[in-house]
Write a protein that binds this ligand. Sequence first.
Ligand code: SF4
Length: 259
Amino acid sequence: MSTFLFDDIIFGPISSRRLGRSLGINLLPENRKICNFNCIYCECGWTENTSFEKLTFHPRKEVYKALKSKLIKLVSTGNQPDVITFAGNGEPTIHPDFDAIIDDTNEIRNNISPNTQIAVLSNATMIHKNSVFQALSKIERNILKLDSALEDTLFKINQPKEKIKLNKLISNMQSFNGKLIIQTLFLRGSYKGNKIDNTTENEIKAWLKLLKLIQPLEVMIYTFHRDTPAKGLIRISEEELNIIGRKVEKEGIKILVSP
Ligand code: SF4
């Protein structure tokens, strides 16, 4: 498959279906994916089995310098982004200075482009860490992944490095008191002989139940668009995503469908 990796700290702005004009920050090493999930649909490709302790991340100072200079340039030409988005080559909250970098980003944004929001796309596995929880509480768009409400499906889709307890994850999400956005990628197909489908009636019923418990500001649903590392996966049609979206709406929760 062709993998999609970022080769710098700052990328874009790019036009994002879900976020608008988005200036990206990649805290992970260039040309390499680092994550504690190994999602079967990940556009960055498969996760290598590496110990995070041995990795070198972009130093906080470099991130500060790169973001400040890019934002000054954009604002001076009238091109301020709608959002600064932490995404890139893997899971941003793994960075050891993630909380301090979020503080820096808030400071830079407030001084240079106060109308720009800050977003983090995260798989939510690090929100049990107080520093990560506090950092995510300080941004406008705390976007956390929840691809299934059934542990077995979640493990098949996300293939976490370490076993995660779904009930613990949900109670950590509840601690944000609604200041979070849930993102769910829908797909079906098979991998390693296992049938996978997070759109079945059972799946949606269980997922809606969790959404009601979490009470997020918004739910974003989508399907994959690029090559996936696992073969045999099928995208979900816009029509089907809209049907799922209407069910979320019925629960009084804001929905954004990105076909
Ligand atoms: S959490 Fe994101 S970066 Fe990590 S494997 Fe899944 S899709 Fe890829």
